[in-house]
Design a protein around this ligand. Structure first.
Ligand SMILES: *Cc1c(COP(=O)(O)O)cnc(C)c1O
Length: 376
């Protein structure tokens, strides 16, 4: 008799379902025999501009040193980030994507006796990192698809160690105002760490993207996480970071893998911070794309959740799975969000104008097909 290794996994892990990423272009091309070049992927909130030339050049230069371990302290990247954010390098913790930082935070501050609070419809990584360490996830019902901060503060118990908040949130695109977050931070006991996940903050159009940095000195239990995967266009390289007190960063740095960010990623991320033009183009393309998609969805008679991110959750109804499949057949990949408890929505990332047009045309066709099915 062989052992039941599944049963040997710790309880939280036994109950875990893996993170569902967007379908890769190559996979759809293989499945349907399509030309990858003709496929439009609007499924993973990636930057449609392609990488910054400055980042590419730095990545190429870093190849010469592939035989060496990376700088485990990320000196150059932290120095450049610290300057940009007006914090000290000691307040920064680098991660293999911000997902890595989120996991390290959970492992440092929670265990099987802890509760971790997050919102319904919030980023899927929060329940995953919570369950993986055997902690109890408390999912607080959303309000208008967004975080209900009063209810989240009320959900704090003696056992609560961590609260995850995504602002803007993925997959809903909802955003919390400055005052609401400050009221929340005042209400939460200092022994409970609050993680403000700002993966999409660069896309905020009201100039509020760095407001949270000012709260760090007043709320020592605050950890802000950010990423190079979205507005900075380096998703493949996996670089994210947190900004916290130096004391919290010291704890996180004990647990993270010593070389969790590789040399190519460090070089590219450091270089891209000097490409302000790339960031601004990312923001412009995103603003224009959000408008284009919103107008397009309205013309198609579809409701959607107004978004502050680089994606829109559009309500396509009970046939969402069939519409998703129809879009795939037409060479357009979007993201089903039934796994988030949103079975009637699809999440569409903002692409270039031509890509958004392809999506809208394919959506119109998918809706027509569904209409035909219904009237048969
Ligand atoms: C995309 C995303 C991230 C970033 O993930 P990386 O690991 O940095 O690529 C973090 N949080 C949210 C809510 C996201 O949508």
């Amino acid at each position: 008799m062989s052992c039941d290794f599944q049963a040997l996994a710790v309880a939280g892990v036994r109950a875990l379902s893996p993170y569902q990423p967007g379908k890769p272009i190559e996979e759809l091309a293989r499945e349907l025999g399509l030309d990858p070049a003709g496929i439009v992927k609007l499924a993973s909130n990636e930057n449609p501009l392609g990488p910054s030339p400055k980042a590419l050049e730095a990545a190429r230069s870093a190849l010469a040193d592939l035989c060496r371990y990376p700088d485990g302290n990320g000196f150059a990247l932290k120095a450049r980030l610290a300057e940009r954010l007006n914090v000290t390098p000691a307040q920064l913790t680098l991660g293999n994507g911000s997902n890595d930082v989120l996991e390290v935070i959970a492992r440092c501050f929670a265990d099987s006796s802890s509760e971790v609070v997050f919102s319904q419809y919030a980023f899927a990584v929060y329940p995953i990192v919570t369950q993986a360490i055997g902690a109890k996830g408390i999912s607080v019902p959303a309000k208008d698809w967004g975080h209900d901060l009063d209810a989240m503060a009320a959900a704090v118990t003696e056992r609560t160690r961590l609260i995850f908040i995504a602002n803007p949130n993925n997959p809903t695109g909802t955003v919390l105002g400055r005052e609401a977050i400050e009221v929340f931070l005042q209400a939460v006991p200092e022994r409970v760490l609050v993680v403000l996940d700002e993966a999409y903050c660069e896309f905020l159009e009201d100039g509020s993207q760095d407001d949270s940095l000012g709260w760090l000195s007043r709320y020592p239990n605050l950890i802000i996480t950010r990423t190079f995967s979205k507005a900075w266009g380096l998703a493949a390289l996996r670089v994210g970071y947190s900004i916290s007190s130096a004391e919290i960063a010291d704890v996180l740095n004990r647990v993270r893998q010593p070389f969790n960010v590789d040399s190519i990623a460090l070089a590219a991320a450091t270089a891209v911070l000097d490409d302000q033009d790339y960031l601004e183009r990312s923001q412009q393309v995103n603003s224009a794309g959000l408008r284009q998609l919103s107008d397009g969805f309205r013309s198609l008679g579809l409701n959607f959740i107004p978004s502050a991110g680089n994606f829109i959750a559009v309500e396509v109804g009970a046939n969402a799975a069939a519409i998703y499949q129809s879009l795939l057949r037409q060479g357009v990949i979007v993201r089903p969000v039934a796994g988030y408890g949103m079975p009637e929505h699809l999440r569409v990332s903002v692409g270039l104008a031509t890509e958004n047009d392809r999506l809208l045309a394919a959506m119109a066709e998918a809706l027509r097909e569904q209409g035909d099915v219904r009237s048969d």
